[in-house]
Design a protein around this ligand. Structure first.
Ligand code: NAP
Length: 487
């Protein structure tokens, strides 16, 4: 629910941002105000200026408090300055408010000529926004081998899949593709595919189709008009949504919304483009598109449609074109482009339509922790990750000696995912990072923690271990994958 001020206006936190941020935010704000819609702004800051004050998160408490109150923010791009803070203030904001759905529409626009002009591209990428490799959990496991954890939850997958179908319904869209790499990452990427296929049954009015992400990228370049909504995991979505922006004219035209159960943050896909900052030349359309999405989120459908019509008319007339379209030596200034859109408020294009939008029904999420309780679970073995200069044959023999009198046997060693011990005869370029897989000798047994600790103590007498993973089964289904070449 939006926060309504005493004067009856909906309160929105506005963050001007860095570089070209203040110019594009100001353009969108001026156009919104020109519609007369009852919006009031609470200005707060984040990004470079905050990092410079020494706050490492880049997001001060008063900004968090404001968003907590208003539940809606319109945000300019934020720089991630090298040397001040390590984490991106953008990602911090998205994660702090659990804005799990990143919505990135790409629609052909009048007067913006691309190789795809006339093909009617009108699609939306729904990107999972808080999980996956972007959880940012990275470790140097050995001085030469880095690891990034790809965490995908059942709860997160179900939520984003459901969101995609609800989003399709709210915009009257008929088809949702789910794009994953589940053929390779069966457990992580596969979690979204499984959630999608299960949730799809509740939406018989919408065509649901799974597509492998690499083919999706190929199809997006070849025949983008076949897509309506594409739901995908965080990193895949990051990449393909930049691709879809390019299909319709580039970052100057690519809006986005970060939607959560409680908070929504609207921003352009682009960054702070510092070389154009303060020059009054930048294209504000992307942030304006985000502002239109914000108005719809606030239930202000009329004002949103008025701005979208005015934008389409302005682009169709082609009298004003910003530097990214016309060339920076002859482009219209940001402020004149803004004025032209305001002058067109109230007009409608005969050719370019605006969709009928309905309020979105956000998936219901309980505040409770998602604790998944299988009826049967078992620990069958353990993967011990060892940093060692030994070749697999020597390491394997040594580990076999160390576990000889224990309930555990060494099944195999893999190096960067490929089995290297016992040798398969494969040609593998080994590094000093070995995954050593131990199973209970007694197949029906249950591996206890003290047996794992005993194994680690023995391994550490001769080798340096740095990480372990339990090999578990849930509901009698294996909870781990095999190495390449492992039988
Ligand atoms: P960028 O700021 O998006 O700019 C890259 C290029 O895209 C620009 O040089 C320009 O292309 C074009 N462009 C971007 N916005 C445009 C607009 N409104 N109108 C017309 N053209 C536009 O990407 P970057 O240079 O990689 O990143 C700069 C900073 O922004 C970094 O600190 C980065 O961390 C941050 N960033 C923030 C966000 C965010 O806040 N969500 C997102 C991305 C990046 P031409 O040079 O071809 O004219």
């Amino acid at each position: 629910m939006p926060y309504v001020t005493e004067s009856g206006k909906k309160l929105v936190t506005v963050i001007p941002g860095d570089g070209i941020g203040p110019e594009v935010v100001n353009a969108a704000r001026t156009i919104i105000e020109a519609t007369g819609v009852a919006i009031e702004w609470e200005e707060r800051h984040a990004g470079a200026s905050v990092f410079r004050q020494g706050l490492e998160s880049g997001v001060p408490a008063e900004t968090i408090q404001s968003i907590n109150k208003t539940r809606v923010a319109l945000k300019g791009p934020l720089e991630t300055p090298v040397g001040f803070g390590e984490k991106s203030a953008n990602v911090t904001l998205r994660k702090l408010f659990e804005t799990y759905a990143n919505v990135r529409p790409a629609r052909e626009l009048p007067g913006i000529t691309t190789p795809y002009t006339g093909r009617g591209i009108d699609l939306v990428v729904v990107r999972e926004n808080v999980e996956d490799l972007y959880a940012g959990i990275e470790h140097m496991q050995t001085p030469g081998v880095a690891q990034c954890l790809k965490l995908i939850s059942h709860k997160g997958s179900e939520k984003i899949a459901r969101f995609a179908f609800e989003f399709a319904r709210s915009e009257g869209r008929k088809r949702v593709h789910c794009a994953t790499k589940s053929n390779i990452m069966k457990m992580t990427e596969g979690a979204l595919k499984r959630a999608f296929e299960s949730v799809a049954k509740e939406y018989p009015d919408i065509e649901a189709q799974h597509i492998i992400i690499d083919n999706c990228a190929h199809q997006l370049v070849k025949r983008p008009e076949q897509f309506d909504v594409i739901v995908t995991t965080n990193m895949n979505g990051d990449i393909i949504s930049d691709l879809t922006s390019a299909l319709i004219g580039g970052l100057g035209f690519a809006p986005s919304a970060n939607i959560g159960t409680e908070v929504a943050i609207f921003e352009a896909v682009h960054g702070s483009a510092p070389k154009y900052a303060g020059k009054n030349v930048i294209n504000p359309t992307a942030l304006l598109g985000s502002a239109i999405m914000m108005l719809r989120h606030l239930g202000e459908f009329e004002a949103a449609a008025a701005i979208e019509h005015a934008l389409l008319v302005t682009l169709e007339e082609g009298k004003v074109r910003t530097g990214d379209v016309a060339g920076y030596d002859k482009g219209t200034s940001t402020t004149d482009y803004t004025k032209a859109i305001i002058a067109n408020l109230g007009k409608k294009s005969k050719k370019w339509h605006v969709r009928e939008y309905k309020p979105i029904k956000l998936p219901q999420v309980t505040k409770e922790l998602d604790f998944v309780k299988p009826s049967v679970r078992r620990v069958l073995g353990v993967d011990v990750f060892v940093e060692s200069p030994l070749l697999p044959e020597a390491l394997g023999k040594s580990l076999e000696e160390l576990c000889a009198s224990t309930p555990l046997r060494l099944k195999m060693i893999s190096n960067r995912g490929t089995k290297v011990y016992p040798s398969t005869g494969a040609i593998t370029d080994c590094v000093d990072h070995h995954r050593c897989r131990f199973f209970l000798r007694e197949e029906q047994g249950e591996l206890k923690d003290d047996q794992i600790l005993d194994l680690l103590t023995r391994v550490s007498t001769k080798h340096r271990w740095m990480h372990i993973e339990k090999l578990q089964s849930f509901e009698n289904q294996s909870g781990f994958t095999k190495a390449q070449g492992e039988d």
